[in-house]
Ligand binder design. Structure first.
Ligand code: BGC
Length: 253
């Protein structure tokens, strides 16, 4: 089934048509920068433009960079505070005229890896970590999603949350090398390992493209692999979630 997948991030909003049964991307990725206000109305207008770019009539799957419960945004993450409490599903359906399935972006990326990537067939606890503006995490136990894991929200030293220390935006803010940033990321992975004892960690998100620059700094005991779908995983996973919703109803209630 051909479905439109959209991945909403703090810096870019990206979409592509996906064969949700094979995980294959059928078009080039279309990207528009996230409006700097990161406010609902302005972001919804960009999402409308992304949908309009594709000659597409069906439902849309959408990864969103906050906690999402039953379509409702439950935390601001790195977006504007006014997102909290908004039914993102409803807002985007109204804006675009398309039916939407919205879920957390890292959960979406995890869906792609668990169905068509390195996570395929992996049992027990698999944690997907996405590195971008924020640090996202998706948890799967025996292939089943445990929605809204928020490992990037762990407080660390003077930081309110560890993503402010170890996400890609922290690297940029502090203008540090991959060598330095990689050590920070490794500290984050050590905490993840201590807290949830995963069997496999998959690293995705925009920064996974730079895997070679930092993977030698990862020293945790747990197996850590790169998401080979890299930052396409969010789009592909959003389309998969949409397909699941078509067949089984809510994916993240
Ligand atoms: C949010 C998560 C999100 C992650 C990556 C964090 O700030 O709390 O929900 O998955 O950023 O976008």
């Amino acid at each position: 089934m051909e479905l439109l997948g959209i991945d909403i991030g703090g810096t870019g909003i990206k979409g592509a048509l996906v064969n949700a049964e094979t995980g294959e991307m059928l078009t080039e990725r279309f990207r528009i920068p996230t409006p700097s206000s990161r406010k609902p109305d302005e972001m919804a207008a960009v999402i409308k433009d992304i949908v309009a770019h594709f000659d597409y009539k069906g439902p849309v799957g959408c990864g969103f960079p906050t906690i999402i419960k039953n379509g409702v945004c439950m935390s601001a993450g790195n977006l504007h505070e006014s997102w909290v409490g908004i039914n993102v599903d409803e807002l985007l359906t109204k804006e675009t005229g398309h039916e939407f399935t919205v879920l957390n972006d890292a959960d979406a990326a995890g869906y792609a890896s668990m169905n068509y990537g390195v996570g395929k067939g992996k049992d027990r606890l698999v944690i997907m970590i996405t590195v971008g503006t924020g640090l996202g995490s998706g948890a799967f136990f025996n292939g089943k999603l445990l929605p809204n894991f928020e490992l990037g929200q762990i407080p660390y030293k003077d930081y309110k949350k560890i993503e402010q220390y170890a996400a890609a935006s922290a690297k940029e803010r502090d203008n540090i090398s991959y060598e330095k940033w990689g050590k920070r990321f490794n500290k984050f992975l050590k905490l993840v390992e201590t807290i949830v004892a995963p069997d496999l960690i998959i690293v995705g998100g925009g920064t996974s493209k730079k895997w070679k620059e930092f993977n030698h700094l990862i020293t945790v005991e747990t197996e850590v692999v790169k998401a080979e779908l890299m930052n396409h995983a969010g789009i592909i996973g959003a389309a998969i979630a949409c397909l699941k919703e078509q067949h089984h109803g809510h994916v993240n209630s």
